[in-house]
Structures are given as structure tokens and as C-alpha cells.
Design a protein around this ligand. Sequence first.
Ligand SMILES: CC(C)(COP(=O)(O)OP(=O)(O)OC[C@H]1O[C@@H](n2cnc3c(N)ncnc32)[C@H](O)[C@@H]1OP(=O)(O)O)[C@@H](O)C(=O)NCCC(=O)NCCS
Length: 469
Amino acid sequence: MSSVAARSLLQASRPTVLRTAGRQIRLSSTASKTLSLKERLAELIPKEIENVKATRAAHGKKSFGPVVVDQLYGGMRGLPALIWDGSVLDADEGIRFRGKTIPECQELLPKAPGGSEPLPEGLFWLLVTGEIPTQAQVDALSKEWAARAALPEFVEEILDRCPPTLHPMSQFSLAVTALNHNSAFAKAYQDGIPKKDYWGPTFEDSMDLIAKLPNIAGRIYRNVFGTGKLPAIDATKDYSYNLATLLGFGENPAFVELMRLYITIHSDHEGGNVSAHTGKLVGSALSDPFLAYSAALNGLAGPLHGLANQEVLLWLKKMQSKIGEEPTDQEVKDYIWATLKGGQVVPGYGHAVLRKTDPRYTAQREFALKHLPEDKMFKLVGQIYNLVPDILLEAGKAKNPWPNVDAHSGVLLTHYGMDQMQFYTVLFGVSRAFGVAAQLIWDRALGAPLERPKSYSTAAIQKIFENKQ
Ligand SMILES: CC(C)(COP(=O)(O)OP(=O)(O)OC[C@H]1O[C@@H](n2cnc3c(N)ncnc32)[C@H](O)[C@@H]1OP(=O)(O)O)[C@@H](O)C(=O)NCCC(=O)NCCS
């Protein structure tokens, strides 16, 4: 595809407004005065149902490009198979949340008093509605999440009984599964709720899920790493302040700002990645949002996905212990080659869709340049960035030699004293709930069906193409 064609495709995919068969049906910045996200959503759903109906009527029977057999064997790369309006990933440009780049979100979304990073409350409003919320709408969300934050006692007990040797992600997934005990959706389904109303209890569960994650993450962190008693949620403060406080870092305004940026940029990465897709798939069986999200967390816990942030830190620490904190370029190159020759991947590099430096990496690098420019590990991360792409290109396997989000997050957390790398993916999991929850709400609102793609045997593939070129 020519770069002009690619650019025009990109322009076309920027949903600053939703359209009904070409007609604009809503706005990119909110005109709504309502403070309640649920009320705003109730206004938007009927219009979006019409929008989908019109799109299907106009295009539903059209072919969407060929599928080649390699895609069946190759992890379905590039297979157009899902619809999700919340975010779209362009291979060169990176992620846009409802049409907005990360720098645009940093500029447009409301901030905390004195802060300069976007509040994730605003990002959630944007993902759900396609609109930039007002400060008052975001403040109302902070309050609502604080009010819903408490965990059932038995979930606290489950976490307290986990051995500290159980990986934090397994504990996280256990706790989220157990929240299904109080699922509004599961109860409503048992009580015979009609399909058109599914989104209401899904919304309630999703809000509860997001609200309770700081208490789950804080409890796991303190139990596993023995860092003292969990404080209470402060209902006058924003979500990220509370998360940072429960983890024991609330006194440091820079760490709180980091959490605001971190949760915003890790929230969503279109629909096809392992965690987002798992959440959608499990939700399509009408498993409630807690069951769907715990399944998503188990996918996020894999080293090729969210666990890569842990792997990066491990790799960096090993590198430092082997060649020192301020190695020469040649020493770093040798270490990278040794990793590759040992049959391992360079963690934090490569991507299934991206073909340029991940803008989530860039956003974190800019944060580091502002807050910790002299940090030795940050400098090492920058040095690695200058060396890895050429080496991966020379090695000749990876389609994308550039860094992804995970190449940078651990060094920021370590700088502020959170050096327990086994915990990093839990923070990713707190954030990814925002995207998966938004998607589950819309899937139920739009009546998304049970997912059921077709699988084939190798014998069937051979037979189908037996006498064909
Ligand atoms: C993200 C990732 C899983 C994408 O996988 P993918 O879509 O299959 O990537 P590619 O098509 O480029 O892979 C082609 C080959 O290059 C290799 N490759 C890709 N990225 C690599 C890396 N960072 N280091 C070494 N080899 C890499 C793959 O392992 C694969 O090798 P194989 O043919 O022997 O199996 C892969 O780049 C990776 O493992 N990266 C490191 C882990 C990571 O950072 N994950 C977080 C992603 S956000």
C-alpha cells in the first residue's frame, strides 16, 4: 500500500464522530451536562444500535479481503475478525483512543489539581462515550469509584491466605474471579433479564470491577512484599492517588502522576490483543464481567503479553549485574546478541501489529526526561533503544525491531522504589480493565453474539486444496 493510501486509510479510521450511514450522530467533545456516565450511555446506546444496523445493511454482505491459510496457522495475524470502537491501532502511528492520540489525550482530558497527566477517569469516559468529559463528570466518576471500592470480606480473606510465593497475577485473577459472587449481571440473568437490558447490570459490574482493583492490587502488594497495613480509600481523591496510596507511594506526587499516565496509556490497545480479546470472548458466553476479566488477566500474565514488563526489568537487572550500570555500547550489543543466541526474545521489543516505536514507550520516555533524566537505568534503556533495532534487523526474524510499552514501564516504577518486578503486570491489569470493561458494556448493549470461529484440521486443508494450485 502506498504511504498516501495508508494515510487516507488512517484518516478514515479516525472516529472523531460516530456516523449513521454517513450522517454524523454525535460529537467529539461532550455537550452533555449529565454527571452520570450511565445516563449518558443510555442516551447514546439507541443511536449506536441504529448506526450498527445501518452499517450492516449497507456493507454486511460485502467481502472483507482474502484469508490465506497461513493466517490459520499463524496466530490469526491481520485477520479482520472483531469490531471495537474504543481504540484503533495503526501499525505506524500507534494507538488512538476514540480517535485521539496519546498526546491529544494528555492535552484534552481533565487533570487533577496541580497535575499535568490525564486522569484515567476521563479516559474511561472517553472510551465508553467517545466524548471528552468535563472536570465535573470526571470528579463524579472518582467519587463513584471510591464509593464502590470496598472488597467483600471473603475476597480479602482469599488474598490474605495466598502464599506470598503465588505470583501476584495469579492472586489478582483469583480475587477478580471471586468478585463474581456479587455480580449484578449473573443475578439479573438468573432473574430473566431481557437481552436488550443486558448492558445495565454489565455496566454496574464493570464499575464495581474497576473501583475494587486498587484494593485488590494494594492488598496483594502489601501481603506479598510485607509493606505494612492497607490504608483506607480517600473519597475526596482521584483513582490514581488512591491506587498509589494503597500501594504505599501516595506521598510522592510524581509517582501519583506516573500512575495517572500509566493507567491511561495501558488501558486499551484495540480489540485483538490477548487480554482484550479474551475478555470479549469469555464475555460473549454471557459470563459476567468479573469472570470475563479474570480470564483476560490470565492472558495478560503471559510473557509475550503483559508479563513482558516484568521480563524487561529482569533482563535489565541481569545485564547490569553482568556488565555494570554504565556499560559501553559494545558490551550492551554483546549482551543483546547473547540473549538472541540463547534462543530468547529481547523483552520489550517487537509487536504483532506495530511497525514503529510504540507511542506508549515515547510517552513514558518523555515522563522520564521530565522527572528522572539522570536515572542510570533510564539512561541504559535509552542506550538499548539505540542498539536493539539494528541488531533485531540484522538477526532478521522480528517483523518489528522497535520497542513496545513494556520496554519502559519498569524503569519508571523502579526509580520510585517499586522494584518488585513480579508486581508490574498487576498494574498493567488494573489499567487494562478500563478497556475490557468499556468493550464488555458496548458488546452487551449492541447484543454481540457468542464468538465461535471455525477451526480446520491439517488434513482438511490438504484435501480442500488437493487439486488446486
Ligand atoms: C510481541 C511479540 C510476541 C509479537 O510476536 P509476533 O507477532 O509473532 O512477531 P513477529 O512476527 O515479528 O515474529 C517473527 C519471529 O521474530 C521473533 N521475534 C519477534 N520479536 C522478537 C524479539 N523482541 N526478540 C527476538 N526475537 C523476536 C519471533 O519470536 C518470531 O520468531 P520464530 O519465527 O522463531 O517464532 C514478539 O515481538 C515478542 O516476543 N516480543 C518480546 C516480548 C514482548 O515484548 N512482548 C510484549 C508485547 S506488547
